[in-house]
Design a protein around this ligand. Structure first.
Ligand SMILES: Cc1ncc(COP(=O)(O)O)c(C=O)c1O
Length: 355
């Protein structure tokens, strides 16, 4: 079941052949990809990822004894290819492109990153832990099409069924484009793996024994909701994108909120309207509580000044960051609930007015 479930993910990414397996989550998936990049990198030691990449990359680089270097982003939170080009050299083992950052759902320009990384012979890893499933619908969205099409050329990809794949179990996945990289995992185990000549799942994973529940659950979900562009699952992804676009447009019209970078995926980040950064942060926290009291559960994000300032020209900066609101519209039902969401958000905004 695990092999079939992972093969369906590989098919979705556009790979006819692959090597891959499930993991406990995105962190383990990313660790294995970085480890392979190190093992096959001929002594190279550096990992480059955008400064908006998940902190797991810096942490796992340290675990692997590699040097992590954050790369600057543009005002949309996407890796800046020119900044990447300045840091690329023969010591770079791996360039990580994030397809769907944790904070804002930003998609790094993978189509531009790939040729740059190839110039120095670096491994390219796609951290699609959050956004990978959008590959199913990306051709229909001009802002996504190119970079999701480029996934097919990544050396490795992390994708988390426990994020967008409807799994309430710890369930990540790591996939490799070239199945022969399995040789790096190989070791002689004289007491197991007698059942087949093929590489056993325990031989292509850093973890050995793992629970099978995640594989069964994912396999069953994929049977019920196949990973096809026309299917119900893909329709749910489109609903999330539409809900995010709808919320963003509502925020733009509102007096209580400030629209920041337009959403690329289904995460919308917006500020609470105030004159200074510290007052906006305090009001965002008050809105979080006022919305929760109305059964609307949002999240907060601390946004560095340089990422917020471009979208918030009138704000007086009395702090180096501003706390803003973050809303993940990742369930298909969020689109049908958009009016209820904006009504409650509007009421929370009104309840926190100070003038
Ligand atoms: C882009 C990205 N990569 C990696 C991770 C880490 O995944 P996990 O929490 O499943 O280990 C996350 C989690 O939010 C993520 O969004």
């Amino acid at each position: 079941m695990e092999k079939e479930a992972v093969a369906a993910l590989a098919h979705m990414l556009g790979w006819k052949i692959h090597l891959g397996h499930l993991t406990g989550g995105g962190t383990l998936a990313n660790l294995e990809a970085l480890w392979l990049a190190r093992e096959l990198g001929g002594g190279r030691r550096r990992v480059l990822a955008s400064r908006e990449a998940h902190y797991t990359h810096a942490r796992m680089s340290a675990v692997l004894g590699m040097d992590f270097l954050p790369i600057e982003v543009d005002r949309n939170g996407r890796m800046d290819p020119a900044a990447l080009a300045r840091k690329l050299d023969e010591d770079v083992a791996c360039v990580v492109a994030t397809l769907g950052t944790t904070a804002q759902g930003a998609v790094d320009p993978l189509a531009e990153i790939l040729p740059l990384a190839r110039q120095v012979g670096a491994w390219v890893h796609g951290d699609a832990a959050y956004g990978g499933y959008f590959k199913l619908v990306a051709t229909q969205y001009p802002t996504l099409a190119q970079d999701f099409a480029a996934i097919v050329d990544c050396d490795s990809v992390a994708i988390d069924p426990h994020k967008h794949g409807l799994q309430p179990y710890g369930c990540g996945a790591v996939l490799f484009r070239d199945p022969t990289v399995g040789r790096v995992y190989r070791h002689d185990s004289p007491y197991t793996y007698f059942s087949s000549e093929d590489l056993h799942l325990g031989e292509i994973s850093l973890e050995c024994s793992r629970p099978g529940a995640a594989a069964v659950a994912l396999w069953a979900t994929q049977r019920l909701l196949p990973l096809t562009p026309e299917g119900e699952f893909a329709q749910g992804l489109r609903a999330g994108l539409a809900a995010a676009a709808g919320l963003y447009h509502w925020v733009r019209e509102s007096e209580d909120f400030v629209a920041l970078a337009p959403p690329t995926l289904d995460i919308v980040v917006f500020g609470a309207s105030m004159a200074t950064a510290s007052a906006a942060s305090a009001r965002a926290r008050a809105i979080l509580a006022a919305a929760a009291a109305r059964d609307l559960h949002l999240a907060l994000l601390r946004l560095p000044r340089d990422l917020a300032a471009a979208w918030w020209p009138g704000l007086a900066w009395d702090a180096e960051e501003v706390t803003v609101l973050r809303c993940c519209l990742l369930k298909p039902a969020h689109l049908a609930w958009l009016d209820a969401i904006t009504t409650r958000l509007g009421a929370a905004g009104e309840a926190t007015r100070t003038d």
